[in-house]
Design a protein around this ligand. Structure first.
Ligand code: NAP
Length: 278
């Protein structure tokens, strides 16, 4: 029977550690640590994700400062909002995606790197190439925590990652190939023609694409691990990237969607906040 790698116990462990750090912070500073979240426009998925983060803040003892800007907010107005809130915040996130007229890279880089709790500024992403990085973007961090919790060895293992985005998959591929994890990492993407050849050789396959049921059993190596990160919504119903038919006795384990990486990602954000204030 393939083991189902649920995210909940991993998230619970992270939350226990973060909660202690926030409690210490509150008693030393006589105030809760403050996380500022900025949303621009009313993309329903973004508002939903930020509500989940807000709920987790209350649970963990963090003051959540949600700034809701309208769709037409200009770059300079956004810059002003970031500046106004930086010194009073221990962490800051800008929920993606942003409206088309705002350039994501430029806007993210307006966040001071010492409160960049998502680890997505060019400075913090660049630090992933040094030995002393502090924060890892939350989804990559969540996947690393999942592997560690379920004691899935990465040393000299073939890991194939589908996707090469700045937000999710690119930081992960960098870290897994580092001397800490020693994996043999292959990144595939929308222009990779012989995907099956790569994936069928993977001891661990991680999919962060966002296309429903893109990969099925015929792609996977027997007794490998499969981690489903992608999310797509069709007719109001959400799906992962993996078609799970006939996988039960075929894999060593799989992180499902929903219930796998997702719950750890939100806790990962607060682990990053805990690191920034420690
Ligand atoms: P993204 O920026 O759209 O990136 C998608 C990546 O998938 C791109 O690199 C793209 O390749 C690649 N791709 C597209 N079609 C492909 C195909 N047929 N085969 C292989 N690769 C293909 O999305 P993202 O921000 O990285 O997010 C990825 C997915 O993860 C989304 O579904 C998102 O909702 C989900 N997500 C989940 C969590 C969680 O906690 N579970 C957190 C964040 C995001 P190109 O570079 O060639 O275009």
């Amino acid at each position: 029977m393939s083991k189902i790698l649920y995210g909940k116990p991993v998230a619970e462990n992270l939350d226990i550690q973060s909660k202690d750090i926030f409690k210490d912070y509150a008693s030393k500073h006589d105030k809760l640590p403050r996380l500022t979240a900025i949303t621009v426009g009313d993309n329903p998925a973004s508002l939903m994700y930020v509500s989940v983060k807000e709920k987790k803040a209350q649970e963990l003892g963090v003051e959540f400062n949600w700034i809701k800007l309208n769709e037409g907010t200009s770059e300079s107005e956004l810059q002003e909002t970031i500046l106004e809130n930086s010194s009073s915040s221990q962490g800051m996130i800008i929920q993606l995606p942003l409206p088309q007229h705002l350039e994501i890279e430029k806007i993210i880089d307006l966040i001071p790197s010492d409160i960049d709790v998502d680890g997505l500024t060019s400075f913090n992403l660049g630090k992933l190439y040094s030995d002393n990085f502090n924060v890892i973007p939350a989804t990559s961090f969540a996947i690393l925590e999942l592997l560690s919790h379920y004691q899935i060895d990465t040393e000299d293992k073939n890991i194939v990652i589908a996707g090469r985005s700045r937000l999710v998959t690119s930081p992960l591929s960098k870290i897994l190939s580092s001397k800490q994890y020693n994996a043999n990492v292959t990144v595939i993407h929308s222009r990779t023609s012989n995907q099956k050849e790569f994936i069928s050789n993977a001891d661990i396959f991680i999919s962060g694409v966002g296309k429903s049921k893109l990969f099925d059993r015929s792609y996977f190596k027997e007794n490998s691990y499969v981690i489903d990160v992608g999310i797509s919504v069709i007719d109001g119903k959400s799906y992962g990237d993996i078609d799970i038919s006939d996988l039960d006795n075929y894999l060593s384990g799989r992180a499902p969607y929903p219930g796998g990486v997702g719950p750890i990602t939100v806790s990962g954000l607060y682990s990053n906040l805990a690191k920034l204030i420690s």
